[in-house]
Ligand binder design. Structure first.
Ligand code: FES
Length: 242
């Protein structure tokens, strides 16, 4: 992806205003409160800043937006079928939490942090080894497609079930982005559910974050107001999938 396009999805603001948890109560659960964090609500918009409607998302396309930090990539996917509901998941340290369901009219829209739970492979402007693999495309990572695959070491995650691990080297689900869909069908990110790897990611990819975001402080800016999204093929120059 050209730097010009990449810059389109960088966060515009940095103010930190915690979302009142009561606003999202009923949308997610975590047994001890440590596995979800609310961040400032950010509306999902396209590269020109126009709000995206859940029903307008192309089916089975991987879209990328950065949330809750300016440099942490997330995947937004409109699945072909309704997701499962009330999925019980566990972090690698044994903490339980429940991913409720997809959102939108048919419960098909999901979002996950695109940082692999194994060794943090993630999309960059140069390339991406992690993506949703549509049902019609084969993958070496699992017996069926319609799942999220990290092709670095062939981890497979169930996109319709809270990114539960289906196979490969990963030992816990991808963290989920908690989404709300408003009455007008616009989409809002409000928090992160599940074990995220944000602090490890900031530590491990310092040179890359400096290169792409201009510095660590900029990379750690919290997204506010809106989060721009583009297709993965526009975010990364090369998309590799096995
Ligand atoms: S980094 Fe994703 S499977 Fe290893």
């Amino acid at each position: 992806m050209e730097r010009r396009n990449f810059l389109k999805i960088m966060a515009a603001g940095a103010a930190v205003v915690a979302v009142n948890p009561s606003l999202i109560r009923g949308t997610l659960y975590a047994d001890d409160g440590r596995l979800y964090v609310t961040y400032e609500k950010a509306q999902i918009v396209d590269a020109s800043g126009t709000p995206i409607k859940a029903s307008s998302l192309e089916k089975e396309m991987t879209y990328i937006f950065n949330y809750p930090y300016a440099s942490t990539p997330c995947m937004l996917i409109n699945l072909p079928e309704s997701t499962q509901q009330e999925v019980e998941l566990k972090s690698e340290t044994g903490e339980s939490y429940v991913w409720k369901n997809g959102v939108g009219k048919d419960r098909t829209v999901v979002a996950y942090v695109a940082i692999c739970a194994h060794q943090m492979t993630h999309p960059t402007p140069n390339d991406s080894f992690i993506q949703y693999v549509p049902k019609s495309k084969p993958t070496m990572a699992y017996s069926k497609s319609g799942i999220i695959v990290c092709s670095s070491h062939l981890s497979a995650y169930d996109a319709a079930a809270g990114a539960k691990v289906l196979g490969g080297a990963a030992t816990q689900p991808l963290a989920a982005v908690v989404l709300n869909v408003a009455e007008d069908d616009t989409i809002w990110a409000v928090g992160i559910l599940g074990p995220d790897k944000f602090q490890d990611y900031f530590k491990s990819f310092k040179p890359e974050l400096k290169e792409f975001y201009g510095g660590i402080a900029q990379a750690k800016q919290l997204v506010s107001i809106s989060a721009k999204t583009v297709k993965l093929s526009e975010f990364s120059k090369e998309v590799i999938q096995y």
